[in-house]
Design a protein around this ligand. Structure first.
Ligand code: C2E
Ligand code: CA
Ligand code: CA
Length: 580
């Protein structure tokens, strides 16, 4: 055995391992066997054969049985193996054997040296591969979302940048970005718990992955926002993909025994040469916003006018901040009448915005911004304070001491722990009779069962005022809260009132709400009474109060004083200014 030859084998062993390919071990064993003219070579790790050459399964079994004895001869089928065992660390060993002469001293020491270098290389290999997988893991975590395993915002932006870089003006394929947002996700999370929310997110990620092609990208931007980047030959293909996704996600999902029904809204934008990834996402986001505004569960494609609308929304939000400071919010009052004798019962306070340029704005044009920006608490309290002051004054008029006030409170206001203190201050400052005050909140607010909302509602109990459930029948009617909270009034949504006499379903719903209210000893107000027929029908059904254009439109406090209160001052006995 030439020394140079053995050194050569050793260096080959090391270089074989340094390629980090575990399969190289077989080559290494071959080189070991070759270098000492052996027929058989094996590496035994922890009492089992890890790699071997030249051993049948039967012979391997034989070898394992002899492992502890380290025999110098083993009889295998083809003859007697002259063996050599070389230790590799405490638990592993290198085994070689040949059918001819025994191994001499020099061969044995060479094999031991090889065993040590194999051991070293194997250690290096494990260290390298575990470091590699740690690095891979870290990279994966930095670029993927932990819950769904989807690429995260960072990777989505990188991928978009790469896609844009490869765009050319004469490209036959379009790159479409779909911005997918789960509708009312916050509500699902609050009502069914976070683990249900998580399951829904995972479910949506599966559906998205199934809906797209292999080389499309599905990512999660944040919270309930997902992205699909896809190549299509036509704009319609992207719309069709969006429709397919919406339909697939619409199917109810069973979570912890209850069925979650949910929808997504999708905005689509297309990449152009020179775009930036963030612009593309913004455009898709704006289109998604439009889809939501059109009624959720649908898709819209980006159009440049949307950018203008978004800017308008933004400037509206800025202006709204000033409006609160400049006192541009106005309180209008709409009368509510008892149906039995058509006398005045009270008023609902309704918000208006006297915009310096745009004129008088209705709440639905700016309420969403007021909610989103957190200005709504301030606005709600302004409306409540001015209405309380007016009603408190009118309660001094003989015959009007029970005049009621209904004022709207948004979910945001209710979840604000400071609101109770503000309400208490306003009640005390104006001297209004608290038992004549109703705070109108929508069903959804109550069903959301938000902890701080429940705390506020319970705190309101000791102020002696009561709740009116607004738009009753349109939300997620859960009757539980009617008993849990100090509810005094149900307001039948005007969509059911308008169908009276023509839509039998509306009749049934109105009848049901009224009998439900009677059973729970609650009062009922019919909203949106616009004609005599609706008024008569509501009275027949046993509804207590009516509100709507038939009785009077919302007007300013000053106008109310002139048109409704003044006649009552003149003739206190008649509470019905319509039929004095
Ligand atoms: P709402 O609480 O259901 O108020 C009733 C809405 O119906 C009012 O719309 C009112 O003007 C309208 N209305 C009344 N009678 C009739 C009728 O006979 N026919 C028709 N078609 N409509 C009628 P408005 O004033 O535009 O308010 C819209 C919504 O904005 C309100 O719905 C309420 O949810 C919200 N809102 C109004 N003021 C405030 C406020 O001060 N704070 C909060 N948080 N929300 C408010
Ligand atoms: Ca209301
Ligand atoms: Ca209402």
């Amino acid at each position: 055995m030439e020394t140079s030859w053995s050194l050569h084998v050793l260096s080959e062993i090391l270089s074989a391992f340094s390629t980090e390919d575990p399969d190289n071990l077989r080559n290494v064993l071959n080189r070991v066997a070759e270098s000492v003219d052996a027929e058989v070579a094996a590496i035994i790790c922890n009492r089992s054969i890890n790699w071997c050459i030249g051993l049948s399964e039967e012979d391997q079994q034989l070898l394992l049985e002899e492992l502890n004895n380290h025999p110098s001869d083993i009889n295998i089928r083809s003859g007697t193996l002259r063996t050599c065992w070389a230790p590799m660390g405490p638990r592993n060993q290198l085994f070689v054997g040949r059918l001819g002469e025994r191994f001499d001293l020099e061969e044995r020491s060479l094999l031991r040296a090889m065993a040590r270098s194999i051991e070293l290389s194997m250690k290096m290999l494990t260290a390298v591969s575990s470091e590699r997988s740690a690095r891979k893991n870290a990279l994966f975590q930095a670029t993927h979302d932990a819950l769904t395993g989807l690429p995260n915002r960072r990777m989505v932006l990188d991928r978009l940048q790469a896609t844009i870089d490869h765009l050319s003006a004469d490209d036959s394929l379009l790159t479409a970005v779909l911005f997918i947002d789960i509708d009312r996700f916050k509500w699902i999370n609050d009502a069914h718990g976070h683990s249900a929310g998580d399951q829904l997110l995972i479910h949506v990620s599966h559906i998205l992955k199934q809906a797209v092609r292999h080389d499309d990208l599905v990512g999660r931007l944040s919270g309930d926002e997902f992205i699909v980047i896809t190549r299509t030959s036509h704009q319609d293909d992207a719309s069709q993909l969006a429709s397919r996704i919406i339909e697939a996600i619409r199917q109810p999902l069973k979570v912890a025994g209850s069925e979650l029904s949910h929808t997504v809204s999708i905005g689509i934008s297309f990449a152009h040469v020179g775009d930036s990834p963030s612009t593309l996402l913004e455009n898709a986001d704006m289109a998604m916003y439009q889809a939501k505004a059109l009624g959720r569960g649908r898709h819209s494609s980006f159009h440049s006018t949307m950018r203008l609308q978004a800017q308008q929304r933004l400037s509206l939000e800025e202006a709204l901040g000033n409006a609160v400071q400049n006192g541009e919010n106005k309180t209008f009052l709409q009368p509510i009448f008892r149906l039995t004798d058509e006398t005045l019962s009270g008023f609902e306070a309704l918000l208006r915005w006297q915009h310096p340029q745009l004129g008088l704005l209705m709440p639905d044009t700016f309420l969403e911004q007021a909610e989103d920006s957190g200005l709504i608490q301030e606005i709600d309290m302004c409306v409540f304070a001015s209405a309380c002051a007016a009603i408190a004054g009118w309660q001094q008029i003989p015959g009007l001491s029970d005049l009621r006030l209904s004022s709207n409170l948004s979910a945001r206001s209710l979840s604000d722990p400071r609101v109770k203190g503000r309400i208490k201050e306003i009640l005390e400052a104006t001297g209004i009779n608290p038992t004549s005050v109703y705070l109108e909140i929508t069903e959804t607010t109550l069903v959301e069962d938000n902890e701080s909302t429940v705390a506020t509602i319970n705190a309101l109990r000791d102020l002696d005022l009561r709740l009116a459930i607004d738009d009753f029948g349109t939300g997620y009617s859960s009757l539980l809260y009617l008993k849990r909270f100090p509810v005094g009034v149900l307001k039948i949504d005007r969509s059911f009132v308008s169908g009276l006499g023509s839509n039998s379903e509306d009749e049934v719903i109105a009848t049901t709400i009224i009998s439900l209210a009677k059973a729970l000893e609650l009062e009922v107000v019919a909203e949106g009474v616009e004609n005599k027929h609706q008024l008569d029908r509501m009275r027949e059904l046993g509804c207590d109060y009516g509100q709507g254009y038939w009785f009077g439109r919302p007007i300013t406090i000053e106008a109310t004083d002139v048109a409704i209160i003044e006649p009552l001052r003149q003739s206190p006995l008649s509470l019905n200014p319509l039929n004095p």
